[in-house]
Design a protein around this ligand. Structure first.
Ligand code: NAD
Length: 243
């Protein structure tokens, strides 16, 4: 249960930032990479979500993405996604930053979402760099091809790749400027996302973490709430509504 200070800080916050990771979507049924259910044909995601894997075997990588897209497609946003969308509607200065690629925040009503790692429903032409949505399920061709004949890749950031500087600068500006930050369902070990809560803290924000276990940032945040994101955010919603 969030403490009274956290509830009051959120109620009075003027500039709110939420950072989410795979844990927010876990209660919707999206496997995290760290859980056993994140495995596909005994492959470790860290061996598939890399530029080297794609260069070596684009078909294999696309079969894995096709599998993930098929898992994600029927899933619904949970209480956590919906709480965040509601908070956005009621806060004048609000930024949602996510490491997730599943699109569930948008499905849950979030309007502005800074997607650090891209989106699994978009593709990018490896030759022309053109980015567009591709919703086919299952994919008609694996690997899918662009109109120009080149291969398409998922528009996501793989391990070992840099994040889009424009996207990163939006995230940095928001955390530097916020007075309340909530970090939800992220192990806080993947950089640079892991450093964002520290920047918020250094700039005087009140920082709250929600995770099912302690993480490297648990010791520095103002409150670390241990439990499922959807459940805790549901309670927090109840509290800030004043019930
Ligand atoms: P991660 O490093 O962000 O770890 C997931 C975190 O969520 C862990 O700390 C875990 O303790 C916590 N968690 C699990 N269930 C939770 C719950 N119900 N409530 C609160 N916290 C919970 O993510 P990862 O799975 O190691 O993936 C690394 C990267 O891979 C991500 O940053 C993302 O780009 C990509 N990924 C995305 C998705 C998605 O879009 N849903 C899923 C898996 C991986």
């Amino acid at each position: 249960m969030p403490n009274i200070l956290t509830i009051n800080k959120l109620k009075n916050a003027k500039r709110v930032v939420i950072l989410t990771g795979a844990g927010i979507s876990a209660e919707s049924g999206v496997p995290t990479f760290r859980g056993e259910d994140g495995l596909w044909r005994n492959y470790n995601p860290h061996e598939l979500a890399t530029p080297e894997a794609f260069e070596r075997d684009p078909r294999l990588v696309w079969e894995w993405y096709n599998w993930r897209r098929e898992i994600i497609h029927p899933l619904e946003p949970n209480k956590g996604h919906r709480f965040i969308a509601e908070l956005e509607r009621n806060t004048s200065c609000f930024t949602l930053i996510t490491q997730n690629v599943d699109g569930l925040h948008q499905k849950g009503g979030s309007k502005n979402c800074v997607e650090l790692h891209g989106n699994i429903w978009r593709v990018r032409c490896v030759k022309e760099g053109r980015v567009f949505g591709l919703l086919d399920l299952p994919l008609k061709d694996i690997p899918p091809l662009c109109g120009c004949g080149s291969i398409l890749r998922p528009d996501v950031v793989w391990f070992g790749e840099s994040l889009d500087p424009e996207v990163m600068s939006k995230a940095y500006n928001a955390v530097r400027d916020c007075d309340f930050m909530m970090v939800i369902g992220t192990s806080a070990v993947v950089q640079p996302a892991g450093s964002l809560p520290l920047i918020a803290k250094e700039n005087g924000a009140y920082v709250v973490e929600i995770n099912i276990e302690k993480t490297p940032i648990s010791g520095i945040v103002d409150e670390s709430l241990i439990g499922k994101a959807g459940e805790i955010l549901g309670k927090l919603y109840h509290e800030i509504q004043g019930h």
